[in-house]
Design a protein around this ligand. Structure first.
Ligand code: COA
Length: 115
């Protein structure tokens, strides 16, 4: 995406933040939700990227990559320890992007007990 305008949506009463990618006309082309949490192994806050979604009409144009890059840049600016996220094992499209912006999945496996 050659021209991206960024909006950080920040309700002071909510821990959940959003980063929105807009095109040159101001139309929203993608977003991600994230929040910071403490880390028991260090003092820097950790960023959990909750979800990432891009406009189906704008896919494959670098919007998803740009959102991750922007979040990482924010993290560097603010001293976060890391940015991490989950995806479904079968989400091949998302994993292509994630494999290209990281060193690959880090080997952790998620377990859930639904309450
Ligand atoms: C996953 C998703 C966010 C990717 O967004 P995107 O804006 O299309 O991603 P990008 O254009 O930045 O793609 C970057 C890389 O991902 C890969 N990629 C993305 N879409 C692809 C496609 N349709 N075919 C092949 N590779 C693709 C490529 O490796 C691409 O690298 P390149 O630019 O060097 O070719 C988007 O497909 C989406 O919103 N999917 C539905 C929701 C979802 O599954 N979210 C992830 C949940 S964890």
């Amino acid at each position: 995406m050659t021209s991206t305008l960024w909006t950080r949506l920040q309700d002071p009463n909510s821990a959940v933040k959003a980063l929105v990618a807009r095109d040159a006309d101001g139309a929203i082309r993608g977003f991600c939700h994230y929040f910071l949490h403490p880390n028991t192994w260090g003092t820097a806050p950790i960023c959990y990227l909750e979800d990432l979604f891009t406009d189906p009409a704008a896919r494959g144009q670098g919007v998803g990559r740009a959102l991750i890059d922007r979040l990482v840049a924010l993290g560097r600016e603010h001293g976060w320890g890391r940015v991490y996220w989950h995806t479904q094992e079968t989400n091949a499209t998302a994993r292509r992007l994630y494999d290209s912006v990281t060193d690959g999945a880090d080997g952790f496996v998620r377990y859930v007990i639904r309450l």
